[in-house]
Design a protein around this ligand. Structure first.
Ligand SMILES: Cc1ncc(COP(=O)(O)O)c(C=O)c1O
Length: 435
């Protein structure tokens, strides 16, 4: 584990340019060319994860504001400059004559993006819908099954607020019953998670909703095993993958799930307003789309994309973001995000009053973690970090735990994490002023 001192020592000599940490935005062609060279950099993912020369090239692709430290990339990610350029180019092109350039030229190109996303995550293109975000994909699933009064849906107390709201609306509107249960924080026993889901099942259970990665702690849950268990009861599991795809490295085929909804503007770094919904081919006819589609499309994944007139440019720019992801490399990205998390977490854990609400064991979390300083109010700490230090974090005050949600990204520098560690250390040692 590199210490801060070792990192600073690296800033001498040839790394001086990196040391200045003034990250200059590059033109898209430069960024991609640099990344292409990087894709051939030899070394294991763990070795590359610690190679600052490699990551400086990735940092340069983003025009992020380096006067502040953004540790909320789980919320929504900035997109690399060249990806944004591609989107703007298509917006301009469509605007020349939207009815032709937009509808007839750009919209059909979505098929190429669909094919590439499917290929990357090893599923059939006819199982991939391009959506505007995970909320849309999940609500298609949550509202898309017919349920009767008294039917039960099961989820945890840590699932995402909007998804809970979606089921609560069905409770008010149709009289379904949502059952929520607690899972340990952190959860390091996959078999226990499967058992906890199974314990909730009754003869009225119709759907299960679960996160692949819980947003407030970064906890990764055993999707494959829960899906397998639920299949035995013929219960569909709706998988909230908002944070997982392009964050940690896996394929949809290996999860063997029947559906999966993602926001691509989080960890793929695609422009805001992009998502993916996977639905296993034979399950497509079971699910109603959120906006009505013709009966002839009942078994066509594109029925989920029938949203009326919309910009195509952000959807096509997913292709640029995907290319960037491939050049960085999924395994290397995962290793880097783990490295960044460990870099700050292990330094803070040296203090007795710091506790993590996230497992550091391999496979149970990746770049997102939740940290609590005992004796300091989480919201006050969040506000102090922002107001005094320009460090952006998220205060999580959950009924079962409290802590800051910390989510660096591929473009985060070690110097930025040093600023965070320094500020937190000051808070632990000296407290923070009452707000
Ligand atoms: C676990 C989880 N599910 C779903 C969503 C919804 O994502 P979006 O707002 O991009 O639709 C989020 C957003 O942060 C999330 O964390």
């Amino acid at each position: 584990m590199p210490t801060r001192r070792r990192f600073l020592a690296r800033l001498g000599g040839s790394a001086a340019a990196a040391g200045a940490m003034t990250v200059v935005p590059t033109k898209w062609s430069t960024a991609v060319a640099a990344a292409r060279d990087l894709s051939r950099t030899p070394g294991s993912p763990e070795e590359i994860a610690r190679d600052e020369e490699f990551w400086i090239e990735i940092q340069k692709a983003f025009t992020t504001d380096r006067s502040l430290v953004n540790l909320n990339n789980g919320g929504v990610s900035p997109t690399p400059a060249h990806v944004l350029e591609a989107m703007k180019r298509d917006l301009d092109f469509a605007n020349q004559i939207p009815v032709y350039n937009g509808w007839q030229i750009l919209e059909p190109q979505r098929e190429g993006v669909r094919a590439r996303l499917a290929r990357q995550w090893d599923v059939d293109p006819e199982e991939v819908a391009i959506t505007r975000n995970a909320s849309e994909g999940l609500q298609i699933l949550q509202n898309g099954y017919d349920l009767e009064r008294g039917d039960e849906v099961v989820t945890t107390t840590q699932d995402y607020g909007r998804m809970i709201t979606t089921f609560q609306q069905r409770e008010r509107r149709e009289g379904i019953v949502m059952k929520q249960f607690k899972i340990p924080v952190p959860a390091e026993d996959p078999a226990e998670i499967v058992r906890l889901f199974e314990e909730q099942i009754t003869d009225r259970t119709r759907l299960i909703l679960m996160c692949h990665m819980i947003n407030i702690t970064g906890q990764i849950l055993p999707v494959r095993e829960v899906v397998e268990m639920a299949r035995g009861y013929d219960i569909p599991v709706l998988v909230d993958g908002a944070h997982s795809l392009a964050h940690h490295d896996f394929t949809l085929s290996e999860l063997n799930c029947d559906n999966y909804a993602v926001s691509l503007h989080k960890w793929l770094h695609a422009p805001v307003g992009t998502g993916l919904l996977y639905v296993r081919r034979e399950k497509i006819p079971e699910i109603w789309p959120l906006q009505a589609a013709a009966e002839s499309r009942d078994d066509d994944i594109r029925k989920f994309e029938a949203i009326g007139t919309h910009p195509e440019a952000n959807f096509l720019a997913i292709g640029e973001a995907l290319t960037f992801h491939q050049l960085v490399g999924g395994e290397r990205k995962e290793a880097r995000l783990v490295h960044l998390r460990n870099y700050w977490a292990e330094q803070l854990l040296e203090h007795d009053r710091v506790r993590l609400n996230t497992s550091l064991k391999p496979g149970f979390a990746c770049g997102i973690a939740n940290v609590q300083v005992e004796g300091i109010d989480t919201s006050a700490l969040r506000n102090w970090l922002w107001n005094q230090h320009r460090i952006f974090t998220v205060a999580i005050n959950h009924a079962e735990f409290t802590g800051l949600r910390i989510s660096p990204s591929t473009y985060t520098t070690l110097e930025e994490l040093d600023r965070f560690v320094d500020a937190m250390t000051r808070a632990v040692k000296h407290g923070i002023p009452a707000s």
